[in-house]
Write a protein that binds this ligand. Structure first.
Ligand code: PMP
Length: 433
């Protein structure tokens, strides 16, 4: 290779794929030099307040002394070791914590290496469960519109069929069943009419449905919507009635983001399978977990294969488990409840006045999540540059400008984030006509 660019940003632009952008005409990438608490420092010294928690993971802020120490200590013991035939203290400690914190009956843990993989694992568990029971005709999944579960194939097949990637991969992807988007919104009045179509789908197709998969209470990347806990309760009832496994994808909602430890806690339900990721390591390393019940684990283990057919190379990575242990220990010290409650209060106060803005369709707040749904899609490069110029890191998608700050964010920092959103909303250039 002769003509590799010497300038780093040009090299990055020419050779490195970034998420969801063109390789020939990519959106700009901002180079980060360091990060501390809620602030990212860019290469040119500019500081921006991170309203995204690095895709909802960095709940304790960056460069946390206790999380740093946990990783450093673990490096001196063992950084990685295969999980086949071997176990280690960080994994044991982590799984103990997860079993204690998650709803009762979730007592078997499969450590996966990313959120999408944990969803693949959950779906494989469901299929293998029914196969082990001699019901391999139960090979479809049921889900809801506006969901998001990851970018790998099985995960992608249960993402929203319109705003997901279904049309591009239609020929090579399994086709599943979709119920309408969960309603009513969180805080609105519940009545049973909201589950009419969902109930019909269960009734008509249950013989072929292995599992129903849903993000509990908050639908994240598929639309940033919050729905009524009664809907989730009804999902549990329908799954029981029609002999369908319930998979709750808590990858975005887990570890306090919605104001409860887990989204499921709002409805007081236990899924048959639960996926965890993102904030599990406080955003330090990639790690996820798929948890299930004794019953599901026993059926799979007593089936034809005699084991669950999955085993990633970096399963249970000790560094990731060590930092996850420390991150969860920090959460267990119980400050997050007050922090998240305060963020919710602030976001409500700061975002509510935007409801009357001509460019705003809706404002939604729950826990440490604030969403401004605009009337038009954003112009990404323009709005991104404006946010950086005003000292904030906010990464909208489509019509959705949202905040998911680290739990340690101060009121002043939140005010700065919302002030920048106000400026963007007033700028014609930030939106596609
Ligand atoms: N499920 C949900 C609910 C998510 O929000 C995400 C990530 N945004 C995923 C799954 C996929 O996780 P990962 O990006 O770690 O593969």
């Amino acid at each position: 290779m002769n003509n590799i660019c010497t300038n780093d940003i040009d090299f990055d632009k020419a050779h490195i794929w970034h998420p969801y952008t063109s390789m020939t005409n990519p959106l700009p990438s901002y180079k980060v030099k360091s990060a501390h608490q809620c602030t990212l420092t860019l290469d040119d010294g500019k500081e921006v307040i991170d309203g995204m928690s690095s895709w909802w993971a960095v709940v304790h802020g960056y460069n946390h002394p206790r999380l740093n120490a946990a990783i450093k200590n673990q490096v001196d013991n063992v950084s990685h070791v295969m999980f086949g035939g071997i176990t280690h203290q960080p994994a044991i400690d982590l799984c103990r914590k997860l079993i204690t914190l998650t709803p009762d009956r979730l007592e078997k843990v499969f450590l996966a290496d990313s959120g999408s993989v944990s969803v693949e694992v959950a779906i494989k568990m469901a299929f293998q469960y029914w196969q082990s029971l001699g019901k391999s005709e139960k090979s479809k999944l049921l889900t809801v519109r506006n969901g998001y579960h990851g970018d790998t194939f099985a995960a992608m097949s249960v993402c929203d069929p319109v705003n997901g990637m279904h049309h591009i991969f239609k020929e090579s992807m399994q086709q599943h069943l979709f119920a309408p988007t969960p309603t009513p919104a969180f805080g609105e009045k519940w009545d049973d009419s909201h589950i009419k179509e969902l109930t019909t789908l269960f009734k008509n197709h249950h013989q072929h449905i292995a599992a129903f998969i849903i993000e509990p209470i908050v639908q994240g990347a598929g639309g940033m919507r919050m729905y009524h806990p009664e809907y989730l309760k009804a999902c549990r009832r329908l799954c029981d009635k029609f002999d369908v496994l319930l998979i709750c994808d808590e990858i975005a909602t887990g570890f306090g983001r919605t104001g409860k430890w887990f989204g499921c806690d709002w409805a007081d339900i236990t899924p048959d399978i639960m996926c965890l990721g993102k904030a599990i390591t406080g955003g330090y390393m990639t790690l996820a977990a798929t948890m299930t019940t004794k019953k599901v684990a026993e059926v799979i283990s007593n089936g034809e294969a005699g084991c669950f057919m999955h085993g990633p190379t970096f399963m249970g990575n000790p560094l990731a488990c060590a930092v996850a242990n420390e991150s969860i220990a920090l959460l267990m010290e119980d400050q997050w409840q007050d922090q998240v409650a305060n963020i919710e209060l602030q976001l409500n106060a700061l975002l509510s006045p935007l409801k009357s803005h001509k460019r705003v369709n809706d404002i939604r707040v729950l826990g440490a999540i604030g969403v401004v749904e605009a009337s038009h899609a954003v112009n990404m490069p323009v709005i991104q540059a404006l946010f950086v110029e005003h000292g904030v890191w906010i990464r909208p998608f489509g019509k959705l400008i949202y905040l998911m700050p680290p739990y340690v964010m101060t009121d002043g920092e939140l005010q700065q984030l919302v002030a920048a959103i106000n400026i963007a909303l007033d700028s014609d250039d930030c939106f596609n006509a």
